[in-house]
Design a protein around this ligand. Structure first.
Ligand SMILES: [Cu+2]
Length: 200
């Protein structure tokens, strides 16, 4: 949805727009994604996830990220953060601060292609998402393990890599479905790859 130029300027291409429930929004969002935590049965680590986990939007759409639970952020897989490029070329290294429960963050996606995002505190636990803007193209459509050009750049690792390689999360499937829920992913793709230290 296109707003007036002044209003769109409120959504910074790097830092987005931070909001709380009592304020008015500079732009009405076109889509909503919730950042959630769900306890696992018989396991010490909960599931950390974006809901929906995969989403197709149009170029210029604004997404509202809702903090259903505390201590998350929204962070691009971008070389500026030391990661492999998994957002379209020319996209700024965008991220939100770490937010509290009840906060939200708005971001307008202006470039066509796949945008892989993560929550930095919970990335290794699988808290990653994929937003396909317009078409399943660009570096985010590359295989997840690829780190071309810069050996210091980190590809998605641990459960993040499992989630992003799940069949349901393939860019073409996200386009076909429009939206992919965390519950559409195989259980095997959500398994924790790190365990807390247990005292004997
Ligand atoms: Cu998180």
């Amino acid at each position: 949805m296109q707003q007036s130029t002044d209003q769109n300027d409120a959504i910074d291409p790097r830092f987005g727009y931070i909001g709380t429930d009592d304020g008015s929004k500079p732009v009405e969002p076109d889509h909503t994604i919730n950042l959630q935590i769900k306890p696992r049965e018989n396991a010490p680590l909960p599931e950390f996830y974006f809901e929906p986990t995969g989403l197709t939007i149009d170029v210029g759409d604004t997404v509202q990220f809702n903090l259903a639970t505390p201590h998350h952020n929204v962070n691009a897989y971008h070389p500026g953060f030391g990661y492999t490029q998994r957002v379209p070329e020319g996209v700024a290294p965008f991220s939100s601060p770490i937010l509290a429960a009840g906060d939200y963050w708005l971001y307008t996606f202006e470039s066509e292609g796949v945008h892989d995002i993560m929550c930095a505190p919970h990335e290794v636990f699988g808290m990653v998402g994929r937003i396909v803007v317009g078409s399943a193209s660009g570096p985010g459509a590359n295989p997840v393990g690829e780190a071309p050009g810069d050996e210091r750049a980190r590809p998605p690792e641990y459960t993040a890599a499992l989630v992003l390689t799940d069949d349901a999360m393939q860019p073409d499937n996200i386009v076909e479905q429009g939206s992919v829920s965390w519950s559409d992913l195989q259980k095997e793709s959500k398994r924790p790859m790190l365990e807390p230290v247990e005292e004997e």
